[in-house]
Design a protein around this ligand. Structure first.
Ligand SMILES: [Fe+2]
Length: 367
């Protein structure tokens, strides 16, 4: 065996198989996104040049197979062959980080005073977080970013039926799988009320309630990241914030917007945070739509209380004018292909292999 596919690697990490993952990409590529727990050696150029000593100084733990990783799975094969020549059991990740982009893991989110159960589904290859929420066997999915089969099989394994799918906003970094998931599960699609999405959906407004078994999700309009952005409050316990509020910061206000619009989005953002979300009880659990750190296979949910975020996120402590200035000044590089991704999400279309279009790490947040 000279290569493995990303699903096998995912299974190995999920089951705790002892392996060493060796990332041989450039430091810049590595900085964009990486596999959790992987080792790094910047040997890309040397391997491409077929330097037989490219990996000579690399220390690898004994007795565990090595999985070599690059961007697309070609240079990592050169690396695995060099390691094999040293007598090391080495295999290359087929498709590299592109293929890894679709990998995922899950964590259960414990809630104290709700009949609902929540699973956080982490697209570890990219940083998108989606959620499966269930009460009395009725389930809702928020911000589906993976193949519908992932959500369908998770729901089926627990005896749940998906009855509704929701997006928090029109995404710019990944293709929404919500429409297809709704078609495959017979669920209803709910989206923020806006005029851009061209397929059939149930529009949500501020204060709308979606019943899930004995639980309910309340819609809170939170414009800022995008004009239509919404957050969903589950049983006054858990707040699904999409790209409005992250654990380290807030969403970017500039995508699909002019410089002038960006500033007014940032002003709306302040209002959404300080006049809506941050007025909720400090114990409210925040469940964001993205993480900027590759998520380990540790089953620990990525969450924090609103109270903790109020204390720890500097941006949330700034007065309005400073907040707006900071947001506008700290805008990160524009994610590749975002206009095309928005176009496809407005049309509700998917493409055969989205990993090229969705390539790149997470660039949604400002901290
Ligand atoms: Fe977003």
């Amino acid at each position: 065996m000279n290569t493995i596919d990303s699903e096998t690697l995912r299974d190995w990490l999920e089951t705790g198989k002892p392996i060493t993952i060796l990332d041989i990409r450039s430091a810049a590529d590595r900085a964009a996104w990486a596999i959790p727990g992987s080792l790094h050696v910047d040997a890309y150029a040397d391997l491409k040049a077929r330097n037989p000593h490219a990996l000579d100084g690399v220390f690898l733990p004994a007795d565990t197979p090595v999985v070599t990783v690059c961007n697309s799975g070609y240079t990592s094969q050169i690396a695995s062959k060099q390691l094999q020549a040293r007598g090391i059991e080495a295999i290359s990740l087929d498709g590299g980080m592109r293929a890894w982009s679709l990998s995922w893991n899950t964590a259960d989110v414990p809630l104290k005073d709700s009949t609902a159960e929540v699973i956080q589904i982490r697209r570890v290859g990219k940083g998108c977080l989606s959620y499966l929420i269930c009460s009395k066997y009725e389930a809702v999915v928020i911000d589906a970013s993976l193949d519908p089969e992932v959500y369908l099989s998770l729901a089926q394994s627990r005896g749940w039926r998906i009855t509704a799918v929701l997006d928090t906003h029109i995404h710019a970094d990944h293709l929404s799988r919500s429409r297809l998931l709704a078609e495959q599960s017979g669920a209803t699609v709910y989206l923020p009320d806006q005029q851009r999405v061209r397929y059939r959906f149930m529009p949500l407004g501020n204060g709308s309630i979606i019943k899930v078994g004995e639980a309910s999700l309340m819609v809170i309009q939170t414009p800022g990241h995008t004009p239509e952005s919404m957050s969903y409050l589950l049983d006054r316990q858990a707040l699904f914030t999409g790209d409005t509020l992250f654990l380290q910061g807030v969403g970017r206000p500039d995508l699909h917007a002019t410089a002038e619009e960006t500033r007014s989005h940032a002003e709306l953002f302040y209002h959404s945070l300080h006049h809506h979300l941050l007025l909720l009880p400090a114990r409210t659990l925040v469940l964001p739509g993205h993480t900027n750190i590759p998520t380990p296979f540790d089953k620990i949910p990525l969450t924090a209380t609103l109270g903790d975020l109020r204390n720890n996120v500097e941006l949330l402590r700034l007065p309005e004018s400073k907040f707006v200035d900071a947001l506008v000044a700290r805008i990160p590089p524009v994610p590749p292909n975002h206009e095309r991704i928005i176009e496809l999400n407005e049309a509700g279309e998917l493409i055969e292999n989205p990993t090229e279009l969705e390539a790149g790490g997470n660039n949604c947040g400002i901290s």
